[in-house]
Design a protein around this ligand. Structure first.
Ligand code: URA
Length: 238
């Protein structure tokens, strides 16, 4: 009975969120991919494919033994904007693609509300294999997996990174501050010690938003995304 009520609540929240996000004016998608010479694009795609091959073979931590599929990430090799989540869930593990479950559907709506298409951006996670029972990834798992994410970010060289949720934000910024304190402003992210920093915006994870549906949380995420759109020099949908 309790479970039935919860499912009903989740379903109702989902419908409300659907209404909310489709309530935004969704502008025709414009390109958020950097214009690059064709051979450069091909190089990046090839390099990302090589990272994906290595991810598929990886057995560096226990998650390699429990996954159905690894989930390297997907999107434009020339993306100016990269979203980084926590780790694959059940649907992602089954399909080998990031953010394809309920949280992913909400992320798609957020991306559309920003006036973009999923294929314009790159979407990946700090760990590439599903932690059992959707638990948070453990520090040793994150440490084993981080080189893959760093390689992906160094290949793509986005102008802005959005860290979805506390594990992604804390890992990329090497901090223990709560997500509530980190979100709402840009932080510097360094690809390596010689590179200029790029902007990183932490925000709430779509799964958190689904669980904690409130005007306040919804407004905060949208404000974070508006700052990202402005930073990219794109028109903020009204
Ligand atoms: N949550 C994440 O953090 N990543 C996914 O790919 C899906 C759900």
């Amino acid at each position: 009975m309790e479970e039935k009520r919860d499912l009903r609540k989740i379903f109702d929240q989902h419908i409300e969120l659907t209404d909310f996000f489709t309530g935004f004016t969704v502008k025709p998608a414009k390109s958020v991919s950097a214009s690059q010479p064709q051979e450069n694009q091909a190089d990046k795609a090839e390099l990302l494919a090589e990272v994906a091959r290595q991810v598929k073979e990886c057995q560096k931590c226990v998650l390699g033994g429990t996954r159905t599929n690894s989930v390297p990430g997907e999107g434009s090799p020339d993306a100016r904007l990269v979203f980084v989540g926590e780790g694959p869930g059940e649907n992602e593990d089954l399909q080998g693609r990031p953010f394809v479950g309920r949280a992913g559907q909400l992320l798609d709506k957020i991306i559309a509300a920003m006036g973009l298409k999923r294929g314009d951006v790159y979407i990946c996670n700090i760990v590439k294999c599903r932690p059992p029972e959707n638990r948070e990834p453990r520090p040793d798992e994150i440490i084993s997996c981080l080189p893959f994410l760093k390689s992906q970010l160094s290949i793509i060289r986005p102008e802005v990174i959005v860290a979805l949720g506390a594990p992604a934000a804390k890992t990329l910024l090497n901090t223990n501050k709560p997500i509530g304190q980190l979100r709402g402003k840009f932080h510097d992210f360094y690809f390596d010690e010689n590179a200029e920093p790029v902007k990183l915006m932490p925000t709430y994870h779509p799964a958190y938003l689904l669980r904690n549906y409130s005007d306040d949380n919804r407004r905060k995420v949208w404000e974070d995304m508006q700052a990202v759109i402005a930073e990219l020099g794109l028109e903020v949908p009204k």
